[in-house]
Design a protein around this ligand. Sequence first.
Ligand code: CA
Length: 222
Amino acid sequence: MRVLLVEDDHGVGGAIRDVLGARGHAVEWVTRGADALLRHRGADLLLLDLGLPDIGGLEVLRRLRRLAATPVLILTAQGTHERDVVRGLRLGADDYLLKPVRMDELLARMEAVLRRTARRDADGPAPSRVQINDIAIDLDTHLVTVAGEEVVLTRIEFEILAVLARKAGTAVSREQLLDEVWGDAYVAVSRTFDVHLSKLRKKLGQPSPLHNIRGFGYRLGD
Ligand code: CA
């Protein structure tokens, strides 16, 4: 599996990387929370230290969960306040391990987390066609029609629409949209994004199926 290891302690990080690598896992190792947020895409699992030099692990987790459901195993030092572990689990971590980490236990927990999340995701393939009122979106062919008439979208407009359509009827954060369309939730494309979004909104017609959720993001359909 592809593992993103977020650990600023070089002894601990190096040991985990070596053991997982020897078991055939592809490990990317970063030492800062900000890097974890930029590199999480493509990882099957995050191993996340709570005490990081820039952004704390809990804050990393909170921001990550607005972007992705990637399984997260928290690594925490003995003596860390129990409340932090509980907060981590509430924020959506899948499990935690106390340091010093026993490698056989780490491997067993990683397998268990992946088995659980695989079951969670096994609800069947995502639909390739989404219908919102008189708007039909084909996610495979990229064909979009409004009341039977084809609407020509730019690549970015289609990608924004596709992210929202895959989660039709549910709220998608602005950060998640930026992350999925541009590959980075924190780049300075916010204003560009607003321009694309308003063009997309126009092309989809009235009443608009694109709802703003103040302070959070957007929802396609009711
Ligand atoms: Ca640390």
